[in-house]
Design a protein around this ligand. Structure first.
Ligand SMILES: [Zn+2]
Length: 301
């Protein structure tokens, strides 16, 4: 298997990335099926990157890879396809629950942005359905979150869930938690910038109480939003927490704030307490899901 990582902003099109990939191979590129998971909405045969400058369509996928069969998926749809292929050691349990075999499931993934997908039960199968739920409104539950909503609205003109639950969201929580105060740990003194990893390491290391507040706000809001998602689609078969951030903040997710917020939805608390909640530890779940989808395309051909 050949796996390469390319920095999207450094390329002007998907074709350029495929060309760069092909040049790095020690053999000719021969492709039966191309499946792309794109971080943005797929409309018809075209997808545009939400946090990027270009898009891709099915014709371009076929042309640049030479594949006869192509599929464009939303990136969260791709992660959702991985769920059935993940093994127990690639998952970590936040809540055991009971797991309703006839129920739907859902995936929520915080990384560069916030993605959400539903796995819709059709007979014995779970069929992924994309969403742009990460751009829905952030719902404050506490006076502190109301202050956060006001802060985000001042900065961005509105407060979406992704403004809180993403890498950039962690940085916004950092600025909100520190207010006028300086952070002794996470800020880079030379240019005043801070990265999501700086915030989480300062918080997990116990080095700064304000960074700890930022991470506590993040984990609680992630639990609350996972619960919202579960309610909206009756994800009684399970909720999977994916994305790059969750595996890095596992101790915080397991400290209890996540599950407490997940189930604090009276009168539906008992329903949510029975939902299995698992963190996807496998770092290439989107790639795995695209492979699952591509394999299925080959089998029907
Ligand atoms: Zn700090």
């Amino acid at each position: 298997v050949a796996i390469e990582t390319f920095d999207t902003p450094a390329y002007e099109s998907f074709s350029q990335i495929v060309d760069a990939f092909a040049r790095g191979l020690d053999r000719a590129l021969a492709v039966d099926v191309t499946v792309a998971g794109i971080a943005g909405p797929v409309v018809g045969t075209r997808a545009v990157l939400t946090n990027g400058s270009w898009g891709v369509d099915s014709d371009e996928l076929a042309r640049c890879t030479g594949a006869r069969r192509v599929a464009l998926l939303n990136d969260l749809t791709a992660i959702a396809y991985s769920v059935q292929a993940l093994t127990d050691d690639e998952l970590d349990t936040l809540q055991t629950g009971r797991g309703e075999p006839e129920g739907n499931a859902a995936v929520i993934a915080a990384g560069t942005g916030l993605g959400q997908a539903v796995l819709h039960r059709v007979g014995a199968r779970l069929i992924p359905v994309a969403s742009e739920g990460g751009h829905a409104d952030f719902a404050a539950r506490t006076s502190r979150e109301l202050e956060l909503t006001a802060y985000l609205t001042r900065v961005f003109g509105r407060a979406s869930v992704e403004h809180v639950l993403s890498g950039p969201g962690l940085v916004s929580l950092y600025w909100f938690a520190h207010g006028e105060g300086m952070c002794p740990v996470a800020t880079h003194a030379d240019d005043g910038t801070v990265s999501p990893a700086d915030v989480t390491s300062a918080a997990l290391g116990g080095a700064c109480s304000r960074c700890q507040e930022a991470l506590a706000l993040f984990t609680s809001a992630l639990g609350a939003e996972a619960g919202n998602l579960a309610l909206r689609c009756m994800a009684t078969a399970g909720v999977f927490v994916g994305g790059g951030i969750a595996p890095k903040v596992l101790p915080a997710l397991k400290a209890g704030g996540f599950i407490e917020a997940f189930a604090a939805k009276a009168p539906m608390s008992a329903l949510l307490a029975a939902v299995p909640v698992k963190v996807i530890l496998y770092p290439e779940a989107g790639l795995l899901g695209a492979a699952v989808y591509g394999q299925a395309m080959l089998e029907v051909a």
